[in-house]
Write a protein that binds this ligand. Sequence first.
Ligand code: 4NP
Length: 161
Amino acid sequence: MVKVLFVCLGNICRSPLAEAIFNHKINQSNLIHKFSSDSCGTSDYHIGELPDERTLNCAAKYGIPIQHRARQINRVDLRDFDYLIAMDNSNKKNISTLLQNHNINHDRIFLIREFQPETDSLEVPDPYYGGSECFEEVYGILNDAIEHFLEHLRKHEGTYV
Ligand code: 4NP
C-alpha cells in the first residue's frame, strides 16, 4: 500500500479537499488496495474541526464525499507516509524543516502542482480569505493536478491499471 499525505496550513480548505478528490478517484479506478491518503496541516489552528463550510459545499457540488477532522502533522507522519504532498512552497518548507529537526531523510516531498505538465504557478492558492470562486479555482487545480499525480503513481509504483 502506497500512503500519500496531503499537507496545507490549516487542514480545513486545500488538503482535505485534495484527500477527498484523491480518494474519490482511486475508488472510481479500483485502486483502493494500492493507494491510501490522509491530510493534515502544518499549523495547530484548527485541530479537531470539520473542513471549512466552503470546502464542504464545493465537494458536495462535485459529488465528492469528504470526511475529515483537522489535525497537525507529527513526527510519525514523516516516517509513515511514502509521499508528502504540499499545497504551496511555505507548506513544503515547513515539512522540510520538520524533517531536518527530526533527522529524517525523505525522498518524496512534492508540491502537488509539480505533477501538472503545464502550469504558470506551482502553488495552490490559499482560499481561506477569498470567496467561493477561490474554492472553485482550488477545486479545478486539484482535480487536474491529482489526475496527473495518479498517472505518476501508476507509472512509478508499478500499477498499470
Ligand atoms: P488551508 O487554508 O491551509 O488550505 O486549510 C487555511 C485555513 C486556515 C487558515 C489559513 C489557511 N488560518 O489562517 O486560519
